[in-house]
Structures are given as structure tokens and as C-alpha cells.
Write a protein that binds this ligand. Structure first.
Ligand SMILES: [Fe+2]
Length: 468
């Protein structure tokens, strides 16, 4: 009898120890303490929203990559009063030769709102690694900006990307952009992971908040390309007010070079930039088998030449791995469809937004499962990407602080703070990622990770893909 109770006691102790072990096996949940009040949108008379002086002066100037290789730039701006000029004048820093390219102008209506005159002009065949000045507008209302083209695509070309998601236009949003601008590691192009203006939070999706957002980001987006991903706040689908066309304001305002990667939609496309190959996906477009996005994506991955662009990066709005309660498992259907492709083609890192917090995963995959074998747990996989959620730009919906407990093993670090990221590529084998929360000094890294390229520098351990 005594031995029976000893056995039961031992079993109980073992269970306690096992459950304690489970708790300890998760990653780090930061205990950083921050103020938790919601940040309001900046008022309309804020200096960041100021309309540039002069009649019909171009405003909301922003640029993005304009071709597949990095020798093209799309320059976009809005003139409020009349169409004005479609022409961009541009010249290389060390040249007096001025070039002209004409773009297009369009407008759109949304409920009772009518847009200004939205100009898009694609400049192509620029020299690599060159600073260019450009000028838009006419008469006394011209405005001048500059950008630097990336180096020629190549395997060991260093390049630094910034990362921002779910920015909005609050005081916290402004802090995020300021911190990104002042980070001593200077981002050369920004990877934006969706949810831009949050204009849809206003009655009838008041599109004047798209205009304020355009003026807010101009101070950075006119000087370096922002690589766009669409989020749920870009859908603007409100048939009950006569707006049944999804993504209408977004696709009118933000052009991307989707045709250059043989995509049929601006919502999914790819670019090469320096040593990176960046694939942008749409969480809110059909992505099931036989859908246009699926067909494009599955043809796209085999095209990536890792001896030319070693770093394979995917941008998508809804995270495939997230251990926060809010938006829990919203990316699950996409994970089931696409994770085997990510692993097979050794994607280095997947950046997502949507969840208003920060989280970094271990390299795991969860692709061994089929309908009968029960193998449905994320496990370490050297061929798997790191998943980073960086939807912490600072929008008016605030942070999400509620996390699933205990922290799952796949979650390496999680913290509900606003901030931005830097992805700093050194060469074909090494890149350094850092996450910077807004409460710290500009150079402080709240989290960081050396990434070893999956094609060039990963251990030769077999992927669990082999188990399938
Ligand atoms: Fe979102």
C-alpha cells in the first residue's frame, strides 16, 4: 500500500516537473513595462500633415521600386486643384543633363469623397548605386527631392532594409517614423507589411485621412522606396455605401511594379534589390490552389536564383505564426497552403504585420501533418524561415497585450511595444536583424538576431519536408 502511494506521489511529481518544463521551453516574453493608453490620431492641423505652400503644389510624394532589378523608380504625387504636369524632371547628382519622363494622372471617388489628381510616373534604366534628384510640379510650385538607386543585383551586395507595419497616423506613428529616420543604421529602402492609413476607421472611410497619411510619410517615402504590402485596412469594401470594389483607394494611390514579375495583380508581386529577392503576398486575395495568386507564387519560387540573390524574403500582412490572442490563427489557412513552399525553397525570413506587437519565431515548420498521421506540432527545421511579426507601427487601435500562455516553443521573443525593424544584409551568408522599440534611444536594440542564409550557410541537417 505504502509503495502504491509512493508511486502515485512520484507520478504526480513527474507531471508537475513536466508541466514546469513545458513552461520553461518557450522563448522570452518580455517584461518591459510601458504606458498602455491608446494613442489618438494626430489632429488635422498637425505640422506633419501640413499642405506644401503654393497653388496646386505636389503633395504626398512617395516612391517605390519601378522595375524588377532596381533600375526603375515609380514616383507618385497628388496635385489638389488641377491635374497640372505629369512630368518628372530628374538628373544624376554628378550630371547637369536633365531628363524628363511623363507619367499618368487619375482620380477616383469614394462615397462623397473625390480624390485630388494622383500622378504616377515610372522612370526606368537608371544607373545603379547613383543619387538622383527629381522635381515635380510646375511654375512657382515645383518641389525637389532625391533618392539613391540600389547597387547592381549581386550575391554579396550589402544592403539595409527598414521594416514598419500597421503605421496609422497617431503620435506613436510619428515616433516610429522618427526613430526609423534617426536609427544610426540607416535603412535604404523600407519594407512595409500592410495597414497604412487606417482611414477606414473614420465614418464612411473618410478618404481625407488617406491624404493626411500621404503627407505624413512624405518626409521619408519621397526619399527612399517603400515596398508596399496590402493589409486588411486597405480593403475598403463597403457595398452598403456603394463601394463594392476592394482595395480601391490603395490601388489608385500606391502603384507597384507587379507586371515586371509577371503578376496579374498589384496585390502580389516580386522585386530584386541588391542581394535580396522580395516576394509580396496578399492575405486578402484568393490564395487557394488554382487561384491567380497561387499560380503566380508557385511559378515564382523556382525562378529565384540564390547565387544571384541569396536572401529570399516574403512580406505578407497576416502572420503565419503568432502567439498573441488577438487575430489568433488568422494566417492559418495561408500557413497550411504555403508553408511547405517556404520550407522547400528555403525562404530566409517572413515578415508580417496585422498583430499590433512584436514577435520573432524560432526556425520551425509544421508541414509533416497529413490528414491521418497526427504530426501537427511545429518542430525545429533548419530549412524553415524565421517568422517576424512587426505590426507595431503605432496606429490608433493600440497595442495587443494579451498573449497565449504558456509561450509556445516556436516563439523566440515577444513583446507588445511600438517600434520598427532593421534587416541589415552583410553578404551572402550573414544578415543582422534588430528590433527597436520606441521608448528607447534610437540605437538601442530591444531584440536582435544574426540570420544565416538558408541557401549558403545553413547546416546540412535534413528538413522535415523529407518526412512528408
Ligand atoms: Fe491588419
Amino acid at each position: 500500500m505504502f509503495s502504491k502511494w509512493v508511486s502515485i506521489g512520484f507520478l504526480y511529481l513527474l507531471l508537475v516537473l513536466l508541466s514546469f518544463g513545458e513552461l520553461c521551453n518557450g522563448g522570452i516574453t518580455s517584461n518591459y513595462v510601458r504606458r498602455n493608453d491608446l494613442s489618438a490620431d494626430m489632429p488635422l492641423d498637425s505640422d506633419v500633415f501640413r499642405v506644401p505652400p503654393g497653388y496646386n503644389a505636389p503633395q504626398q510624394v512617395h516612391i517605390t521600386q519601378g522595375d524588377h532589378e532596381g533600375r526603375g523608380v515609380i514616383i507618385s504625387w497628388i496635385t489638389p486643384d488641377e491635374p497640372g504636369s505629369n512630368t518628372v524632371v530628374y538628373w544624376a547628382e554628378n550630371s547637369t543633363l536633365k531628363n524628363h519622363t511623363d507619367g499618368i494622372v487619375l482620380t477616383y471617388k469614394y462615397f462623397s469623397y473625390t480624390s485630388g489628381f494622383i500622378h504616377h510616373c515610372t522612370i526606368k534604366n537608371l544607373e545603379f548605386d547613383t543619387k538622383y534628384y527629381y522635381e515635380v510640379g510646375i511654375g512657382s510650385s515645383t518641389r525637389q527631392f532625391w533618392f539613391t538607386t540600389p547597387p547592381k543585383v549581386g550575391p554579396d551586395v550589402p544592403y539595409t532594409f527598414g521594416l514598419i507595419g500597421d503605421l496609422g497616423q497617431t503620435f506613436d506613428s510619428n515616433r516610429t517614423v522618427t526613430h526609423y529616420e534617426l536609427n544610426p543604421t540607416k535603412g535604404q529602402a523600407l519594407l512595409y507589411v500592410g495597414d497604412l492609413s487606417y482611414a477606414d476607421a473614420y465614418p464612411f472611410h473618410d478618404n481625407t485621412r488617406w491624404d493626411t497619411w500621404g503627407r505624413f510619410i512624405e518626409r521619408n517615402a519621397a526619399y527612399q522606396p517603400w515596398i508596399w504590402t496590402a493589409g486588411n485596412h486597405e480593403i475598403d469594401f463597403v457595398p452598403e455605401i456603394g463601394e463594392p470594389k476592394p482595395f480601391k483607394p490603395y490601388t489608385h494611390r500606391f502603384f507597384v511594379p507587379y507586371r515586371a514579375s509577371e503578376s496579374t495583380s498589384p496585390l502580389w508581386y516580386s522585386i530584386k534589390r541588391a542581394s535580396a529577392y522580395i516576394i509580396v503576398m496578399s492575405s486578402y486575395s484568393a490564395f487557394g490552389k488554382y487561384s491567380p495568386q497561387y499560380k503566380w507564387f508557385t511559378k515564382e519560387l523556382p525562378k529565384v536564383n540564390r547565387t544571384e540573390t541569396p536572401w529570399l524574403i516574403v512580406l505578407v500582412h497576416a502572420p503565419l505564426y503568432s502567439s498573441y490572442v488577438h487575430h489568433y490563427m488568422e494566417g492559418e489557412t495561408m500557413r497550411v497552403m504555403y508553408e511547405p513552399w517556404f520550407v522547400e525553397y528555403k525562404v530566409d525570413v517572413v515578415f508580417a504585420g496585422h498583430v499590433h506587437a512584436y514577435e520573432r519565431s524560432e526556425r520551425v515548420s509544421n508541414i509533416a501533418y497529413n490528414i491521418v498521421n497526427g504530426l501537427c506540432t511545429p518542430i525545429y527545421d533548419p530549412s524553415a524561415p524565421v517568422y517576424i511579426t512587426i505590426g507595431d507601427g503605432g496606429n490608433q487601435e493600440g497595442l495587443v497585450t494579451e498573449m497565449t500562455q504558456p509561450q509556445p516553443r516556436y516563439s523566440a521573443y515577444r513583446e507588445a511595444s511600438f517600434g520598427h525593424g532593421i534587416f541589415d544584409i552583410m553578404n551572402r551568408t550573414h544578415a543582422y536583424f534588430s528590433w527597436h522599440r520606441n521608448q528607447d534611444g534610437f540605437s538601442v536594440e530591444a531584440d536582435n538576431l544574426w540570420l544565416h542564409n538558408r541557401y549558403w550557410k545553413y547546416s546540412k541537417e535534413p528538413s522535415v519536408a523529407a518526412l512528408r
